[in-house]
Every structure is written in C-alpha cells, then in structure tokens.
Design a protein around this ligand. Sequence first.
Ligand code: MG
Ligand code: MG
Length: 267
Amino acid sequence: MGARRRRGPTRKNRAEIELMRAAGRIVALALKRVAAAAAPGVSTKQLDRIAEETIRGEGAEPCFMGQRLGNLVYPATICASINDAVVHGIPSDEVVLHEGDIVGVDVGARLDGYHGDSAITVMIGEVAPEVRRLVEVTQASLMAGIRAARSGNVVGDISRAVQEYVEAQGFSVVLDLVGHGIGREMWEPPNVPNFIRPSHPDHSVALLPGMALAIEPMINAGGSAVRTDRDGWTVRTVDGLPSAHFEHSIAITKGEPIILTQCEEDA
Ligand code: MG
Ligand code: MG
C-alpha cells in the first residue's frame, strides 16, 4: 500500500521474535475461530466481528482497519475474499457464504508494537474437486516458500519455490501483489514476490537470521490477470475463475524458519 522510501530489511533479536510470536498467536487464534464459524448462511461481517473480538479480547489491535489506499480508508479487521476475489474483500452483512464457496480470510494484529499477518482459505461445505485442489496447492505452495526461507538463500529462492510448485500443478501466480517483511511495521522491506522477474530488485536480498517475512501466495485457477473492483479494494480475477490465498509470518533463523502465526497447540 503506497510507495515507501527504500531501506534494508530489519533484523529482529530473540526478544523481538518472541514478541512477534505472541502477536502471531493471536492472529492464528482469530483465524481458527473464523474458520470454525464459516458456514453457509454466515456473512463475512459476522466473521469480521469474531476476528475483532478475538484480537481485542487478547489485548491486541487489528491493524488493517484504518489503512489508507489513496483517499480510501480500510473499514474492517479482516479481508474476506470469496471465490473469484483474490484479496482485500471488505466484510459486509450483505455478503453471505454459500455451500461450495471458498473464502480467503486475511488477518493482521499488533501487540506490544509488533505485528502478525496471516491468511487462510476456507472451503464452505462440499467444494468442487478442482477448487479443492486449488486451495490445497496454494497452501502447499506457502509451505514450499517457507522451506526456502533459510539463511544463506535469497528472497528469489522463496519466489521460485512458490512459482515452480504452483505452475507444475497447472495454476497461475498473481503477479500484481507480493508478500513483505514484517515487524514493527505491518509492511517492511523486502518485497517477497511469489514469482521470478529477471529484473526484480528484491530477488537478490539475502535471507539472514532475524529477518521476519510474510510469505503469501495468491494463486489463480485460471490466468494470472486481476483487476480491482469499483470499491477500490477488492481484487478479482479477470477470467472470473477462483483464487486462493494462504499466508504466514515467519522468522529466518540459522536453521529451520519459525512460523510465527500459529497457535501453541499447532506448533
Ligand atoms: Mg495478510
Ligand atoms: Mg501480508
């Protein structure tokens, strides 16, 4: 959201990583409760209330609310993006889930000055096999990206891992949106693309212990092209085919990356 002056990625010390893990747990808890509540007949505004109550109940703050995009101000705690909506769908009482839908839910929270950012795509009841496969491939592509998020690699290794996995499965990567660094700011350098572009300046950024990244593949069943709705936020596929989104905030270590946005019992 918006251009910023270029600076290097920040590296967090052990105590800061623990603070980020605490923020991340709250995001994970909110997503868990939203996933449990998502069912036919439930509105995306109801899901938004569940997430907001969870985040505030844990002493944290939602951090998408109030974000600016040009003259627009984001009005909700979550983004809820159904079927052909890729990301940034605004929750509404009028938007109700139906059997067979998929809904991408993106949650960000701040606790003690540090941020957590994570997204899942929830299947509502029985979903068509090809749509289910899209959701499963997108989730697996996130894990492929996380496995590449190791000290000694560069950002482009994450990008390549996601893109190669997804394209081998016959789906396409959204090229207009990227993951990002995270920490004291919700969006920090570097950008973390889910695709390789020969000239992309962030591909060569070295991954070092203490860096925290939000890796977030946005994957389309059809073509990669997207457009923005008249509401100025909702990004949709141009071909109207479904799209899925998964995201974790992670920390680079000397060994395995740490997934920050998970509940204790899932760790
Ligand atoms: Mg997010
Ligand atoms: Mg993000």
